[in-house]
Ligand binder design. Structure first.
Ligand code: HEC
Length: 209
């Protein structure tokens, strides 16, 4: 009897608890205020680029290649289940790392760190300004990284060498697009000198007619 009572009390307690949880959930739904999540943001965007995104992208890129020589076409791809699993892990890490880029309050670089080794590359303040003024575009590039990485995971599951090579190119394009937009937005591709000379020649001929 004593045991039954204890069980009954426990059950009632559980029911009350569930009702409370249900009410809390309803309240949250009703006022639709975003729940405050306490993210820890000691790691900088630069850390994530260097030590998570770049390293894992290299793992994916380096695992696959097709080398065409005069005699033969040599395809390099993972050889064992462990090697395939390693590529899958890297692609999945890349996908999830895209979300890390979107965590609010993250600094671009630690104090004293530069992000500019070339004059066209912005320093952290400039990058932070670009991102805060164009948050939707930044998010779109992060989402594109997510999508391309998950496509690689799916292709790895099918062990589809061709698709992975193609998606490796797509991944590279995503990296490059975000960098061109937020890291070196002022970059101008210099005109190819020979094209310039041809254009000049054509203009001269036109002028002479
Ligand atoms: C959503 C935008 C975005 C995407 C996508 C992105 N990056 Fe970046 N990346 C940045 C920004 C902004 C910087 C400049 C700040 C910095 O130097 O870390 C940067 C810098 C870097 C750096 C230089 C880090 C350093 O030493 O300062 C590397 C390497 C890099 N990214 C690799 C990659 C690779 C590889 C990919 C794709 C697999 C990628 N990034 C995708 C935004 C992005």
């Amino acid at each position: 009897m004593k045991l039954l009572n204890w069980r009954l009390t426990g059950l009632l307690g559980l029911m009350a608890g569930s009702a409370l949880l249900f009410l809390t959930a309803c309240q949250q739904g009703a006022n639709s205020q975003p729940v405050a999540v306490a993210f820890q943001t000691e790691t900088s965007l630069q850390d994530i680029m260097r030590f998570i995104i770049d390293t894992n992208a290299d793992e994916v890129w380096n695992a696959f290649s097709t080398v065409v020589t005069a005699e033969e076409e040599i395809e390099k791809s993972p050889q064992s289940d462990e090697e395939w699993a390693a590529v899958r892990r890297s692609a999945l890490t890349l996908a999830e790392a895209s979300n890390l880029l979107l965590i609010p309050g993250r600094k671009i670089a630690h104090a004293g760190e530069s992000t500019s080794s070339h004059p066209v590359e912005l320093e952290p303040e400039g990058i932070a300004r670009e991102i805060s003024q164009n948050r939707a575009a930044f998010q779109a590039y992060a989402n594109a990284l997510h999508e391309a990485s998950l496509e690689i995971v799916a292709a790895v599951d099918k062990r589809d060498h061709e698709a992975i090579l193609r998606l490796g190119g797509k991944l590279d394009h995503v990296c490059e697009s975000c960098h061109a937009r937020f890291w070196y937005p002022g970059e101008r591709i210099p005109e190819f000198p020979r094209l310039k000379a041809i254009e000049h020649q054509a203009l001269k001929q036109q002028g002479g007619q």
